[in-house]
Design a protein around this ligand. Structure first.
Ligand code: PLP
Length: 449
């Protein structure tokens, strides 16, 4: 595409004047004006092209502008752009069928929402109404969305400013061996102690007061910590023992990110409710939802569910989901992600970790990887402090700038960079990104103590 700096300047000027951005001090940000995107790349108006290792916000699982999904959206727009939620509509029924057939166990009813946060809102409401209990247990190092209840259930600093009205959310520590809260030295110890801690939390809170335990199957934004073998099965057992609804939030981990349709498939565990969004249609049109077990669906068989949305199961969003799921199936995108992840990305990241003293740990699966950057490998002191801003965050900012200067758009959260490209990134694109990452890590190494 031809550079067009004048248009870019106008886009930027109107943005700066009128767009109020998420999670930002409005005058301290400098958003890049993006002219277009295709596959794993996007470009600005100045003629700079970037390889996207972020999949947007970890949602464009099939890359940008997949022609078959764009065509399906166009076709649906010509046929029926929208229709109210109380009716049975072809694209909605078909999307629900395709999703229900892929979710684990008996999660066979789909309640559609507009995105991930409202999927979490409704999952929590379903759990409270189903059990008649008030409280929710959620993990530190988690993210569940930006609306009031979802942000309260979140275990990262984004919740602090909205911690009014947290009634009913109690947080616990989920397993994370690299920064163990349990003085564990092995995965087995971490698993056993994290389960013991969760059970004590349940007992001290009063099991009869707890409606739900919500966990990201693999925590995403918080750092892609794969739970140790046995942990999720252990949580399932605790939920069964105490009559608690088990919610797995797969908004980020679902729809192929881990090399399986759902991360729950990696652990052979079935929750009572599973939330999804993002990858369900690669975010081409906003869509999220909750997959509901037969027991919870039964609660609302004769009693109305007190909740809904104007755009629940929006036909255009559902048509995009149908096309996305079919494309993932036809093109073997999930198998590709699993194979490229284990045969190319993982070995390359482990090699980077050997050569760069700033890399403390590499962890992940499929196209879902995190590099934990540290000042000191032996103490594991993070490269920047928890929730650092401004000068304190300079080492990560320098790392990010170096990646961009090398044509790579990196995902950065606190002291970590995540490698979360589109699932259908090619091997040569992945290698190009990994080599830019290599160069950028040299900048992070300069800040090692
Ligand atoms: N849950 C998880 C695990 C997420 O990663 C996110 C978003 O990143 C959300 C919920 C919120 O989704 P949304 O931003 O679509 O509301």
């Amino acid at each position: 595409p031809q550079p067009n700096p004048q248009v870019g300047a106008a886009v930027k000027a109107a943005d700066r004047k009128h767009v109020f951005h998420s999670w930002s001090a409005q005058e301290l940000i400098d958003p890049l004006a993006v002219a277009g995107a295709e596959g794993s790349y996007f470009w600005d108006y100045e003629g700079n092209r970037y390889l996207d290792f972020t999949s947007g916000l970890v949602y464009t699982n099939i890359g940008y502008q997949h022609p078959k999904v764009v065509a399906a959206i166009q076709e649906q727009a010509g046929k029926m752009t929208t229709f109210a939620p109380a009716f049975a509509i072809e694209s909605r029924s078909e999307a629900a069928r395709l999703i229900a057939e892929r979710t684990p166990g008996d999660l066979d009813k789909i309640f559609f929402t507009n995105a991930g946060a409202d999927a979490v809102e409704h999952a929590l409401r379903l759990a409270r109404l189903h059990t008649g209990r008030p409280k929710v247990l959620s993990a530190y190092r988690s993210y569940h969305g930006g609306t009031q209840q979802a942000i309260n259930a979140t275990g990262d600093p984004r919740r602090w400013a909205s911690d009014t009205g947290t009634a009913g959310v109690v947080r616990f520590w989920a397993p994370f061996l690299y920064r163990s809260r349990f003085y564990a030295e092995t995965e087995e110890q971490e698993c056993e102690r994290a389960l013991e801690h969760l059970e004590s939390t349940i007992q001290f809170e009063g099991p009869q007061t707890i409606a739900a335990i919500i966990l990201e199957t693999v925590p995403g934004t918080a750092g892609i910590m794969l739970p140790p073998k046995g942990y999720l099965a252990g949580v399932r057992e605790l939920c069964d023992r105490y009559g608690i609804v088990f919610i797995l939030d797969e908004v980020m981990a679902g729809f192929g990110r881990t090399g399986k349709w759902f991360a729950a498939d990696l652990y052979d565990v079935t929750p009572d409710l599973l939330t999804f969004a993002k990858g369900v249609n690669s975010g081409y049109v906003p869509l999220g939802g909750v997959a509901i077990s037969s027991a919870i669906a039964e609660t609302f068989a004769k009693r109305p569910y007190p909740g809904g949305l104007t755009y629940s199961g929006h036909p255009l969003a559902c048509a995009a989901a149908v096309a996305t799921i079919n494309v993932m199936e036809e093109e073997g995108i999930i198998e590709h992600a699993a194979k490229l992840g284990s045969e190319v990305v993982e070995p390359a990241l482990r090699d980077l970790a050997e050569r760069h003293p700033s890399v403390g740990e590499v962890r992940g699966v499929g196209m879902f990887w995190a590099l934990e950057l540290v000042r000191d490998r032996s103490t594991r002191e993070p490269l920047v402090p928890y929730n650092a801003a401004g000068e304190a965050n300079a080492p990560m900012a320098a790392f990010g700038a170096a990646a961009k200067a090398n044509g790579l758009w990196p995902f950065i959260n606190m002291n970590r960079t995540h490698v979360v490209p589109a699932l259908n990134i090619t091997e040569s694109e992945a290698k190009e990104g990994l080599s830019a990452l290599d160069a950028a890590l040299a900048v992070a190494d300069e800040h090692v103590a």
